[in-house]
Design a protein around this ligand. Structure first.
Ligand SMILES: [Ca+2]
Length: 313
């Protein structure tokens, strides 16, 4: 089997960083065509800088990192420095990246790539608000049918919200973009909080990564040391959830995950539940399924995969 071509669309973010590292460490399964950055966890100037830092840590300054949209489609940006720190990548000692930012706008890179590659051969992997993806579909409707699949981190149902009582952060920041993507007709797999909250970076799991004693492993462990503080205080869990790497792990080992093909609709008008992913888990409507909505994962298998792959960088 040849490696699957993907574009990672991201707002790093410590968990985004681990997702990028996992992709770069898995060339047999994943052909990373490029990275597009979006405003989300922190503003765009920081997310594109952080994405380049992550590529440099991995020894891959050749990866094309593009800056995309700096604000949601219709709303002011909401950020999450309270989770990720003021840089978005707090934890390790940071530096100014020397690899250049690619010239093209992230939205144009998505459009051009989908037009250039054979139809049905490029998977989009959004790890932040869905602004860039929705903007690309809006600007170039001809590319929608050419997408193989969208595998995204976002949404929540039984786990309810992490930015409001009803909504998960990525969907809440740009609900109009999320609604556009979910009604696009592209095959979609979602990693909601229901699954990512089971991917806990416990102390023992972080120490296993640190014990690899490589540059990438130390960088990752230091990020996770910082990242866990917020969630342990908030949820009393044993470690921070590694949300975004679920997307990449699914592409490598889908059997680690289980879920249902169901209908998912994004709330875009209610003040109370804005950005909620209304997931018809029990099939109580006759609305057609539009997403594979994940609910569970083999957390030990997931961390084994991350640890063995990071060892190869
Ligand atoms: Ca993210």
């Amino acid at each position: 089997m040849s490696a699957r071509k993907i574009i990672i669309d991201t707002d790093p973010g410590q968990d985004d960083a681990v997702a990028i590292l996992l992709a770069l460490a898995s060339p047999q399964e994943i052909d990373l065509l490029g990275i597009t950055c979006v405003a989300g966890n922190v503003p765009l100037a920081l997310t594109q800088t952080n994405a380049r830092r992550v590529c440099e840590v991995a020894g891959r300054p050749d990866v094309a990192v593009h800056a995309g949209c700096d604000a949601p489609l219709q709303r002011p940006l909401i950020t999450a420095e309270h989770v990720h720190g003021k840089t978005g990548l707090d934890g390790p000692e940071l530096w100014d990246p020397t690899m250049p930012l690619a010239a093209a706008h992230g939205v144009d890179f998505i459009i051009d790539t989908l037009r250039r590659e054979a139809p049905g051969t490029v998977t989009l992997c959004p790890l932040g608000p869905l602004t860039n993806i929705a903007a690309a579909f809006q600007k170039a409707p001809d590319i929608v049918d050419r997408v193989q699949e969208i595998v995204l981190m976002g949404g929540a149902y039984f786990e309810v919200g992490n930015i409001t009582p009803a909504a998960e952060f990525n969907i809440y920041v740009d609900p109009e973009a999320a609604a556009a993507v979910l009604t696009s007709g592209v095959p979609i797999t979602m990693m909601p909080l229901d699954v990512t909250h089971k991917a806990l970076a416990t102390r023992a799991r972080v120490e296993k990564i640190r014990a690899l004693d490589t540059k990438v492993a130390r960088f990752t462990a230091e990020m996770l040391d910082f990242f866990e503080r917020f969630d342990v205080e908030k949820y009393g869990s044993e470690g921070g959830p590694l949300h975004d790497p679920c997307v990449i792990a699914y592409l490598i080992r889908p059997e680690l995950f289980s879920g249902r093909k169901i209908n998912v609709v994004v709330e875009t008008t209610s003040e109370l539940t804005l950005g909620m992913t209304v997931a018809d888990w029990w099939g109580v409507t006759d609305r057609p399924a539009n997403a594979q909505f994940m609910g569970d994962l083999d957390a030990d298998g997931f961390f084994d995969l991350i640890t063995t792959r990071l060892a190869q960088l």
